[in-house]
Ligand binder design. Sequence first.
Ligand code: DSN
Length: 414
Amino acid sequence: MDSHLQTNDPQIFDLIFQEWRRQSEHLEMIASENYTFESVMEAMGSVLTNKYAEGYPFKRYYGGCDVVDKIEELAIGRAKKLFNCAFANVQPHAGSQANMVVYHALLKPHDRILGMELSSGGHLTHASPVSWTGKHFQGFFYGVNEEGWIDYDEVLKIAKVVRPKLIVCGYSAYPREIDFKRFREIANEVDALLMGDIAHIAGLVVAGEHPHPFPHCHVVSSTTHKTLRGPRGGLILSDDPEIAGKIDRALFPGLQGGPLVHVIAAKAVGFLENLKPEWKTYAIQVKRNLQTLAQALLGHGFELVSGGSDNHLLVMRLHGYSGKDAQIALDNAGITTNKNSVPGDTRSPMFTSGLRLGSAALTSRGMGEQDFVFIAHKIAQVLENIQDSAQHARIKEEIIAFSKRYKSYESPIF
Ligand code: DSN
């Protein structure tokens, strides 16, 4: 029997069907993407989308919130257990909103934020001039050294000159571990607050496969859909009751209106998965797969920023063609990636000299180290023949046949 969607809006159904097929046939290597659990999508597609619930559990503006109170309580409780901290706000609609809430809670307009520059792996919401955060606050930046690693002494030097109110650590394209303890020492020396943006690495952190931001960070922001593999959304954590109160008030009534209760339920479902013992096995495999990919790409003669990776992502520094050209060629071969700036990049962010690859999504589909050796070989074939579109089309057939051997969703809608 056709679904309601298929009957009522065949155009949108057909497009969702096409995207489902793309996700099943192509190799998803964008480091911030993942395949969430079917149970998470069922919660997201539920009747909860109908409910208004401004406020927090047992302190709502609207009536009829008894059930959604229990749902949000569960999500909060599971988040606190997962991250071993005293406070969680599960309402941010996304990672960017989570960061805005933190700034709104802890800073005044024009206060100074010290974060990582974009080309070294930082994020727009870390006070980049093109982001609202850089217009409302004063952004100052640290980068990486010539080898592509954070130089903590250099960060301290910059912090002493800038005297920021808030230091941000945690990145979108930094392939190495973050020394949160060292960052806290730097923050203490200049009397700044420390925010860890663990949007990318959260899934590794909760598995003990990356150092933990607590007790070092005053506040932690995250997304729930990257390595955590939950629904698309944001999260804010802290161990400090005073900061916690400020965060809650900054989110509502400060910045957001009605929470997405269906997504909050889905976050709870995702956290339950993250709390299972199997989660550690997954996180270990994500890192192993990435290590294998990195070694294989180095073996093919490619250059990697920082020479490799400690986490779920790597950044290739390309020579002779742009990140945009590489992304398009790989897309044509059925391998989905994203162009990425590299430290010292001379190309604009619309072209870039780098390419970012991640292993989380393909690990969710059940791929292992041997698969990543094969994938590295295919990436090399494409990039070494970047002008040869006929070859890219042939590789795409191979990629589709390979991809179909692995787990994918049985249905485009849930
Ligand atoms: N868009 C995310 C990423 O790709 O890393 C960050 O917001």
